[in-house]
Write a protein that binds this ligand. Sequence first.
Ligand SMILES: *[C@@H]1O[C@H](CO)[C@@H](O)[C@H](O)[C@H]1NC(C)=O
Length: 343
Amino acid sequence: MESGRTLLKHIFTCILGAVLFFLVYLYFDGKSGRWDAPGHRRVAGPSAAAAAAAAVELQWEDPGPYHVAYPRNYKFILDDTPTCKSTTPFLVLMVPVAPSDVAARDAIRRTWGNEKLVLGQLVETLFILGLPGGADAHQQQEKLKQENLQHRDLIQSNFQDSYRNLTIKTMMMLEWLAAHCVKASYVIKIDSDMLLHVQNLVKLLLDPSTAKQNYMTGLVWWHSPVLRNPFNKFYIPRDVIAEPEYPPYPLGMSYVMSLDLPGKILGVSPQIKPLYIEDVYLGMCLKHLSVSPTDPPEKTMFIVDPLHPLSACSLSKVIAVTTTSIPQMTSYWQRSRQPESKC
Ligand SMILES: *[C@@H]1O[C@H](CO)[C@@H](O)[C@H](O)[C@H]1NC(C)=O
């Protein structure tokens, strides 16, 4: 009698355990590590798409002060450029720019953005932007459409364009390049306030010692400390990044990469929370890929904080240099096109 009751007890415990286990299995979404309602679980079946969409919506959390809202289901709302679709450039110039900054775009179109055939290589320029903001956003968007009708060189995605969202802009740029430009060889991402010496860049990229894959160069910060002073503009607390320094990264003002890298970076990025500091974030992705950035062969090639005015000698050796105004950029560009001056 006594052993029969014990047996029953055991069976009851087992059933209870199994039921509990099943319930936990049902409610706990192991992948995201989050408790979830059963209706939102990703299930295979006819309504899987809807369920998956709902699950993804739930995953989207406020990125907080140190990260950005990426990935999301952003789309490209302007991208009817022929570049990389009906052409195969050697080099793509990608210029992130504020939607309102038509003056910078026009200056670039008149200067270094207009050098299409350099040392026999096809070079094409594109501008990447998000959505305009402010009260006249609708008007601005109409103007952008007109501008693009004329030039067909705008790549616009539907995230809110802002300084804090630069990482989103860079990631959308990589998405676009990975989708359209894998047959092209290199891209340079270059800010709109820079002078670009296209010929010096093409010369470097054509050099046999320049890698054709896993290549990224620019002004490389090899030991950039994570700033712990809360009053610093780029303060990052220890619970966001524990390491005392960032992995090496080329400064965001202008970096060059071989066009195998956009897809590879996008491949690892889901494993790394997107920091709002876009160049640092790319450095984190590169580290994950075990790809090291490369120093340019000369220190004179990428300059962030130059002493203006630049000498003819400096101008002849530069690839990318920060400028302080459109007239200055324009005059540097004209001077840089004059026959090579001796140093
Ligand atoms: C960044 O873009 C997202 C998506 O458009 C938007 O929700 C968010 O408000 C933007 N953040 C900033 C700081 O502009």
